[in-house]
Write a protein that binds this ligand. Structure first.
Ligand SMILES: [Zn+2]
Length: 184
């Protein structure tokens, strides 16, 4: 069938997050096979039940401010930007202005809320061999390596802290940066 040529996964936004989470040996695992976020790429990243659900700081996935010398990763944000424009930044600014008018004391509260280490959901594996396919960026000075699609280099899909102690070694894929094959 011609459909088999395309990525068999569906975008994260087509699911409720809880529908992506299955149960295996009393752990929360990925219910479906995980694929590259690019619809035109068929790269399979993880098999169903290969990873467990964890919460980690959102800030870990932030890209460095300056381009890395020699880095060739294309970011998923760039890919998404071509599909839709973001309006979130504008909204945040408006909210801050309103708070300033209401009272001066609320300003510090707003600042704390926006700079915090917000958590987000990741699929976690502790062994690189658990991936069907995965690519790595060059290491940042702090030891972080971003994960990307092994076929098309789209990323970051997640990250790996290469300087973490062996017992804490983990590879993390953001739930909202990959596609899922629910068989439909
Ligand atoms: Zn890909």
């Amino acid at each position: 069938m011609a459909a088999a040529v395309r990525n068999p996964g569906k975008a994260y936004t087509e699911f409720q997050e809880q529908d992506l989470i299955g149960s295996h040996s009393e752990k929360s695992v990925n219910q479906f096979d995980i694929y590259c976020p690019q619809e035109s790429c068929r790269c399979k990243i993880l098999l169903a039940s290969a990873a467990t659900l964890v919460q980690r700081e959102k800030s870990k996935l932030m890209l460095p401010k300056l381009p890395l010398a020699g880095a060739t990763i294309s970011t998923i944000d760039q890919a998404l930007a071509s599909e839709k424009k973001e309006g979130a930044v504008e909204e945040t600014t408006k909210t801050n202005e309103e708070n300033t008018e209401k009272s001066e004391s609320s300003a510090s509260v707003t600042a704390t809320a926006s700079s915090g280490d917000e958590l987000q959901s990741f699929w976690r594996v502790t062994d690189m061999m658990a991936f069907e396919n995965i690519g790595f960026s060059k290491m940042l000075p702090n030891g972080t390596q971003f994960l990307s699609c092994a076929d098309c280099d789209t990323g970051p899909l997640g990250y790996h802290e290469s300087k973490a102690p062996k017992a804490e070694k983990e590879y993390l894929v953001a739930l909202n940066r990959v596609r899922y094959n629910d068989g439909s």
